[in-house]
Design a protein around this ligand. Structure first.
Ligand code: MIG
Length: 801
């Protein structure tokens, strides 16, 4: 852990004993003899912030990661002392601070069991090169403790035994274990003894995490500058840890428009216009649903942001309108590099207003990217973000573009060894001037934030849609994300699976991979298997570099086209289910994908499972990740599950073989679930429906399910124009009752539910709707047992024998 090897003899410094303690409402301050200060803030009963200074003074308390909307307030707070400790007690946690060493240990306030304990605890090294400290924290790794989270790391789900760095990096064709890649999300959750907690190290400098790698019994994290400043979040349920973290760093400010949860097609690049149209027309001809088409860098005039290449796209407004009339939303790429060209108004204005980043001694930060030599806006300055947001007026308001894709915002620079800005570049950091060492990891997020504000303003009253490559904790408030330049290999399919799960448990559910792989070209089989996984990611887009051939769903032959259509149709059918999961996410911070450990942490068989995951609340998915498979072994979590394809009921808590030839994949539905489905449409809003389907999976016992709905765009839902239906299924040997509870005053176009029953163990003798007997011939007893009923029913009661 000694970073500065030449000065090794100097090494680590440690706090000495506490000589002063004071309390100010929710904040306690401990000062040691050698002038180290530990500030402990009780944010919530289960969230405590620890902040250390080695000089007696703290920096200005500013964070891009923590949202101003974060919940605050606790039910109980008490501080006592014993011979060795100060003891802070909330309704969830007991935190002990040692008088002699400033070391911290945390206990569950209910059963008094140890959750987390400093090993050495806080220590530091002076940074001779840059000033300030290299700040370090070491924690004891508890027996059988495991670790999860950390954003986009391309490794198996459990992080134990590994070491990582957070430094946003353009990583073309990264591989398994490449570290770091595009994002910097310094948050992990840990689990031992059925208790889960999380640590968010809110420090934007280069941070490192070591999970019992260097020393078997120690987990540590450190940063190249700034403060030791971390939030400890307690569950004990892992899902609550993730919710706490998401509350702290922010939920998306708005639901995405529903179309953004549809299928997206992208390539580097579709041009000219005729080529774009050919692609979109083929989607419609072949009846493969699709909602968005992307324009990569070649749509611009010589890669100048906010311009169009008029040879390729002579009339963008007309094209965008025609695409829109056919159900396609146009999404365009915008990079941070602004071409140095005095004839180019964006450049000229940025220069005149002094909006570009500068080197330490004053010259502009000049770097080569696609347009050639460029300057780069300092998005960490509020005024620059406002300017940037304003640049979207024409694209969005006038031309009608619906989404913006921010790339290269690590920031990426070509032809330099470190692939980014030099360390000495200056940033405003919202009035806390600093070098690139501190601003690097946040640069991409601030760009996406500025982009989001532009879209929000000019798309109004519609909702904005932004996608970013780089991100720091909190970026999920503004934008969706993809995982960057992966490769068309089977291993990358597994990586994509792990990354999406990991992002989801790192508070960032709106994520997906380049389906099929960005670099190189997949075989049809790999493409089909990747589509099968991709339809279960909140962000679902095919993208490829294009230099290795085409990657549209139809280029691999008819068999593959049919499989792709079948699964994309399934995604469109499940849109109301996904939309509901998204609503859960923006309301409660509930992750849309749940790794099995997050779903059932009491089952230790889940701790190292990487392939299977829960989609939303009640669908279990496991992609096929190897060629020529006719099925695979997978772990079915505890409980009873229906095979989606056969309705066969299986008892979980064990591994089993599941058939899944190429036209299939392992999907299971939790018993008792009510799964809402739309009819297939070619794009969101294509059709008005008379009814939607509710697939009801019989269970002996009780299970409840939710269905959220609203206008699918706009902000009326924030004023109560939504509907939230809760269906409670109660199954008995010869009865099934479905109760519906509705909240909100949104009224969807459809009037009826087509309720389809799976596995009813009895034959119907009587049906009551809201306590009124209805003729039994309303019940369809064909291949699918079903009934069509008014969507506002309160209770459906089936009796059988
Ligand atoms: O240097 O815009 O990750 O999705 O197609 C490559 C071209 C720049 C990298 C992105 C990729 C995009 C490509 N970009």
């Amino acid at each position: 852990m000694i970073v500065n090897t030449e000065l090794e003899q100097k090494g680590n410094l440690f706090p000495s004993e506490i000589i002063n303690y004071k309390k100010d409402i929710d904040t306690l301050q401990f000062t040691t003899k050698n002038n180290v200060v530990l500030q402990v803030t009780v944010v919530r009963d289960s969230v405590i912030r620890f902040r250390y200074s080695t000089t007696g003074k703290f920096e200005n308390d500013f964070s891009y990661g923590v949202t101003i909307h974060a919940s605050r307030g606790y039910h109980f707070l008490d501080v006592t002392e014993d011979e060795k400790h100060y003891i802070i007690t909330t309704s969830k946690l007991i935190c002990k601070v040692e008088r002699l060493s400033l070391q911290v240990s945390l206990f569950d306030a209910l059963d008094l069991k140890l959750i987390n304990q400093d090993e050495i605890g806080f220590h530091w090294e002076e940074s001779y090169e840059y000033g300030g400290d290299i700040v370090k924290m070491s924690k004891a790794c508890q027996k059988a403790e495991s670790y999860y989270g950390l954003g986009d790391k391309p490794v198996d789900v459990n992080l134990k035994g590994k070491r990582f760095e957070n430094w946003a990096t353009d990583s073309y064709a990264f591989g398994k274990n490449t570290d770091p890649i595009y994002k910097a999300i310094p948050f992990y959750t840990a689990l031992h003894d059925n208790k889960s907690y999380g640590i968010f190290f809110d420090n934007t400098f280069k941070t490192s995490f070591d999970f019992a790698h260097e020393r078997r019994n120690v987990t540590s994290f450190w940063a190249q500058g700034g403060e030791m400043n971390y939030y400890f979040m307690y569950g004990p349920k892992m899902e609550d840890v993730v919710k706490n973290y998401t509350d702290l760093t922010g939920k998306p400010h708005a639901l995405p428009p529903l179309w953004a949860l549809g299928f997206h097609q992208c390539k580097w690049s579709y041009y000219p216009e005729a080529n774009v149209k050919e692609v979109t027309n083929t989607f419609r001809d072949l009846k493969i649903p699709c909602d968005a088409i992307y324009l990569d860098i070649d749509y611009m005039d010589d890669f100048r942001c906010f311009t169009w290449n008029k040879d390729y796209f002579p009339d963008p407004k007309k094209m965008v309108k025609e695409l829109k009339d056919d159900g396609f939303k146009t999404v365009v790429i915008i990079d941070p590099g602004i071409k140095i060209d005095l004839e180019y108004d964006v450049f000229k204005e940025g220069l005149d207003k002094d909006y570009f980043c500068k080197r330490a001694d004053g010259p502009y930060m000049k770097g080569k990217v696609w347009p050639g030599e460029c300057y780069f806006p300092d998005y960490t300055k509020p005024e620059v973000r406002d300017w940037w947001a304003g640049l979207f007026k024409e694209l969005i308001e006038d031309i009608g573009v619906k989404g913006v894709w921010n790339d290269m915002n690590e920031p990426a620079v070509m032809d330099v060894p470190n692939k980014s800005f030099p360390d000495d570049v200056r940033h405003d950091y919202d009035g806390n001037p600093c070098s690139h060492r501190k601003a690097h990891n946040i640069y991409g997020t601030q760009m996406a934030r500025a982009t989001y504000h532009g879209l929000k303003k000019y798309a109004y009253p519609k909702r904005p849609f932004v996608i970013t490559r780089s991100a720091y904790s909190g970026a999920q408030r503004y934008t969706s994300t993809w995982m960057g330049d992966n490769v068309a290999t089977w291993e990358h399919l597994a990586i994509a699976n792990n990354q999406a799960q990991r992002m989801s448990m790192s508070g960032f559910s709106f994520a997906g991979s380049d389906i099929g792989g960005f670099a190189e070209q997949p075989h049809g089989e790999l493409f089909a298997r990747w589509i099968q996984l991709g339809i279960f990611h909140a962000f679902c887009r095919v993208h490829s570099s294009g230099d290795h051939g085409d990657q549209e769903p139809w280029v691999f032959g008819e068999e593959i086209t049919d499989i792709v259509r079948k699964f994309v149709e399934l995604r469109y059918q499940l849109l109301p289910y996904l939309y509901t999961a998204f609503w859960n996410y923006i309301n409660d911070g509930t992750p849309i994908l749940k790794s099995l450990v997050l779903y059932d942490q009491e089952d230790s068989a889940t701790y190292y499972r990487s392939d299977e995951f829960i989609y939303g609340e009640q669908i279990l998915v496991c992609p096929i990740q190897e060629p020529n498979a006719k099925g695979r072994r997978m772990y079915i979590p505890r409980g009873k599950w229906y095979n989606f394809w056969t309705d066969e009921l299986v008892e979980g808590g064990k591994e089993m073989w599941v058939d899944a030839a190429l036209e299939s994949m392992p999907i299971f539905i939790k018993e008792g679930a009510v799964i809402p489905k739309y009819p297939v449409q070619q794009y969101v809003g294509e059709k008005k429906f008379d009814d939607i389907t509710l697939d009801v999976y019989y269970k002996e016992g009780k299970e409840s399910s939710k269905l959220y709905d609203d206008a699918h765009d706009g902000y009326d839902y924030k004023k109560g124009r939504f509907s939230l239906r809760t269906f409670t299924v109660t199954g008995k040997k010869e009865q099934l009752i479905i109760q519906q509870h509705k909240r909100g005053d949104f009224n969807a176009d459809y009037n009826k539910f087509h309720i389809v029953f799976h596995n009813l163990p009895f034959s119907i003798t009587s049906i009551q709707i809201d306590n009124v007997e209805v003729p039994i011939d309303n019940f369809n007893t064909g291949k699918k047992q079903s009934i069509l009923i008014d969507k506002e029913f309160n209770e459906l009661h089936l009796v059988g024998k």
